[in-house]
Design a binder for this molecule. Structure first.
Ligand code: HEC
Length: 223
């Protein structure tokens, strides 16, 4: 290696003050200027991440399956599942019993045992009204009942409140059907269940617009 080669690779020249200052001047002149504002790359990344989170949220809402762990169950076997599948259904008698005994409802007057209160509230157990025409029962529970009525040979003259939609109780057709199905099967009564569809038909067609309570005379005219 010659002395000339060595000289040219030395960064500080000959080591004099002047050459040192030259080198420093060179370095400061080539420093990048500090910049104002944002550089484009982080802005782009921020936008990309936001878009991914946005799209991800929409995807999640669409495909989350109610966040139910059973949506994907690797042990699920359709063959055995079909046999053991149970459809959740409401037991109208159990539902009707709860409604009947609800505070302020039927049991308040007709009593839990369906015997009523002598001279004031007629009995539902073994009542010819309860086991008779369901058309009449639906009407008297939907809109109430006033005036004289004969039950099991005794005459009552009181008032029963309305329970149907729009009344103070505002019971759905389903609730009315359930409570009637219950009283027709309890305390030794054995009359057929009352259909929700029938309650709906009576309310929206046969008695549409009716709000005032029935009298026993009116009901007796209903088949
Ligand atoms: C505030 C008291 C009261 C409540 C609550 C009440 N009833 Fe009555 N219910 C009566 C009275 C009083 C009569 C008789 C009405 C009359 O004298 O015109 C009657 C009559 C009846 C009758 C016809 C007569 C008979 O004994 O078979 C049935 C059926 C009946 N109620 C069922 C019900 C059902 C079902 C409920 C609940 C959804 C209910 N009642 C809630 C007071 C009540």
């Amino acid at each position: 290696m010659s002395s000339h080669d060595q000289e040219s690779t030395r960064p500080l020249g000959d080591g004099s003050d002047a050459s040192l200052q030259n080198v420093h001047a060179d370095l400061t002149a080539n420093k990048p200027e500090p910049k104002d504002g944002y550089s484009m790359l982080p802005l782009f990344l921020l936008g990309l991440l936001s878009a991914l989170i946005f799209v991800g949220s929409i995807y999640f809402v669409h495909y989350r399956g109610g966040v139910d762990p059973l949506v994907y169950d690797e042990r699920f076997d359709p063959k055995t599942a079909a046999k053991s599948a149970t459809v959740a259904t409401v037991d109208p008698i159990a539902a009707g019993k709860r409604l009947y005994n609800q505070p302020g409802a039927c049991a308040t007057c007709h009593q839990v045992n369906g015997q009523g209160v002598a001279g004031v509230f007629p009995p539902l157990a073994a009542s010819e009204w309860v086991s008779g025409s369901d058309e009449r029962l639906i009407r008297l529970v939907l809109h109430g009942l006033v005036g004289e009525i004969k039950v099991k040979g005794n005459t009552y003259n009181g008032a029963m409140p309305a329970f149907g939609l729009g009344s103070g109780f505002n019971w759905s057709d389903e609730k009315v059907a359930h409570v009637l199905t219950y009283i027709r099967s309890e305390w030794g009564n054995a009359a057929p269940a009352v259909d929700v569809a029938k309650v709906t038909a009576v309310r929206t067609q046969a008695t549409a617009g009716r709000t005032k309570p029935w009298t026993a005379v009116e009901l007796e005219a209903v088949p």
